[in-house]
Design a protein around this ligand. Structure first.
Ligand SMILES: O=C(O)c1ccc[n+]([C@@H]2O[C@H](COP(=O)([O-])O)[C@@H](O)[C@H]2O)c1
Ligand SMILES: Cc1cc2nc[nH]c2cc1C
Length: 357
């Protein structure tokens, strides 16, 4: 017989030091500069707040234009997709990876417009992905979360560490604003479970139409969410165990990525329901990380609105989108760039000889 065991030390792969806030002094200086620019006070509305936030993130006023915006798409298959919870078959995940690489997906077109580049990461796609994909495959598809864990604790920690390493690689290569995107048939089911679990919301209030499911499919999805939520309830306060129980390597990697971006003082534009579910967990892994994130858009998924409210994030655009891939965040990137440009480049009242009252 062994005596009582000391609790495990938290694994370093999921331990984040204190997260700094964006620079308060610079935030104040940027707010003051806004008042000197040739416009009625507050007339640029939300753009003024966004520009002040970016200045504080960069630690400099005036802020610099973004030089390397990056979209990182975390791809993974989900065991629950085999139970008929999506409008599309599971093989679409791997097929869409080829489409991303060929430049034919919505995110490729939107990223071009916004001046961003795209990286695709395979966390748990079934089968072998092409060599130009970043391969961090932890396993082939998550477990069927209504009946079994998504993955082991070891796999979860490996996926979180992969997300952190990817953030480090991107930031070390000069990325100055990051977007996480997702691709995975069935992934709105685990995302909804995570959001329902963390925010204590009933499944019926958060289960959405995903890729466009009909009423019968919605009933199956709601049942899957209910059953997975029941399995997740006992671990809801432990973010790593919650990921292992009810997410997948893709979501765990996104959580590590989002928290690491905050630790590395790099702003992130959040996308839709899947990325924001990972963000809820990332905030629990690294308290204060959400200060480094802005919500790019509001997806039509009801769980997304619940998660945004919980994180107190106000989406930049609301265009009825429900695509994923980082598309909603990428639409918001030019708005953020415009905000930065006004704060950096507008003339002041005294420079332009305009009366300020
Ligand atoms: O980002 C969103 O809010 C969003 C909403 C609905 C669907 N999606 C995308 O559609 C896929 C998941 O939908 P589903 O119905 O298969 O769970 C996955 O590839 C997501 O990127 C994404
Ligand atoms: C075609 C297709 C593209 C997607 N992109 C993100 N999720 C998707 C789901 C489908 C079905």
């Amino acid at each position: 017989m062994t005596g009582p065991q000391a609790p495990d030390e938290p694994d370093v792969r999921a331990t984040f030091g204190a997260i700094d806030q964006p620079d308060r002094e610079v935030r104040r200086a940027a707010s003051e500069r806004q008042l000197t620019l040739t416009k009625p006070r507050g007339s640029l509305g939300r753009l003024e707040d966004l520009a002040v936030w970016i200045a504080a993130c960069q630690g400099q006023c005036p802020p610099k234009p973004f030089t390397r915006p990056r979209v990182v798409i975390f791809a993974g298959d989900h065991g629950i997709a085999n139970t008929g919870v999506s409008a599309y078959p599971p093989e679409v995940t791997a097929q869409m990876i080829h489409n991303f690489l060929a430049g034919g997906a919505a995110i490729n077109i939107l990223a071009d417009v916004a001046g961003a580049s795209v990286r695709v990461v395979d966390m748990s796609v079934r089968g072998e992905t092409p060599a130009s994909v970043s391969r961090f495959k932890v396993r082939e598809a998550s477990g069927r979360i209504d009946q079994e864990d998504a993955m082991s604790m070891e796999e979860t920690l490996t996926a979180i560490a992969a997300g952190r390493a990817i953030a480090d690689e991107e930031i070390d290569s000069g990325a100055d604003v990051l977007i996480a995107g997702d691709m995975g048939i069935g992934n709105t089911t685990p995302a909804t479970v995570l959001i329902a679990a963390v925010t204590s919301t009933e499944p019926v209030a958060v289960v959405g139409r995903g890729t466009g499911i009909d009423d019968n499919t919605w009933m199956r999805k709601a049942t899957a969410v209910r059953d997975a939520l029941r399995r997740a309830k006992p671990v809801v306060r432990n973010p790593v165990e919650l990921l292992a129980t009810a997410s997948g390597p893709d979501l765990a990697a996104m959580a590590g990525f989002l928290a690491q971006c905050a630790l590395r003082r790099t702003p992130v534009i959040l996308d839709g329901v899947v990325v924001t579910a990972a963000a809820l967990i990332a905030e629990n892994l690294a308290a204060g990380a959400s200060e480094w994130w802005v919500a790019g858009h509001r997806s039509t998924e009801p769980a997304h609105t619940v998660a945004l409210q919980y994180l107190r994030l106000d989406p930049i655009v609301d265009l009825g989108m429900r695509l994923g891939e980082g598309s909603g965040a990428t639409i918001a990137l030019p708005v953020l760039s415009a905000a930065v440009a006004t704060l950096a480049n507008m003339a002041t009242f005294s420079e332009a000889g305009v009366s300020d009252q």
